[in-house]
Write a new protein. Structure first.
Length: 122
């Protein structure tokens, strides 16, 4: 494989060389179902009296991403191990508090749940 890539590069065909390299690399990767998935977290990000319940592999980075588009400060209140299934369950559990999309009113019930999560981890 590397000989073919080198030959293409020597001929100035960098795009083709890159394509050949990527195709060969993909053939060497294990099947999707075997690859280790990154751990996901369900996060609770507070903004005033609202909380966003979402999923990320790095909740701290997600706060930074969201902060760039928010005029108000965002605070990561809690994060628990879990993916989209856990997120969906929580969206259903707090459906009465849903404001829009993944944003929920920070009710006493939701506040209590967040505090319980934080206490379980200590």
């Amino acid at each position: 494989m590397l000989d073919k890539v080198k030959q293409l590069e020597d001929n100035g065909e960098y795009g083709k060389a890159f394509g050949v390299y990527m195709v060969e690399l993909a053939k060497r990767l294990p099947p999707k179902e075997v690859r280790r998935k990154e751990e996901q977290f369900v996060y609770f990000i507070e903004c005033g009296n609202r909380v966003k319940i979402g999923v990320s592999v790095c909740p701290q980075d997600r706060v930074k991403q969201l902060q760039t588009g928010s005029p108000s400060p965002l605070v990561l209140r809690a994060a628990v191990s879990g993916g989209h299934n856990v997120e969906k369950e929580l969206h259903h559990k707090f459906s009465d508090e849903r404001l829009d999309g993944e944003w929920f009113l920070l009710s006493q019930r939701l506040e209590k749940y967040i505090e319980e999560i934080k206490n379980e981890r200590c």
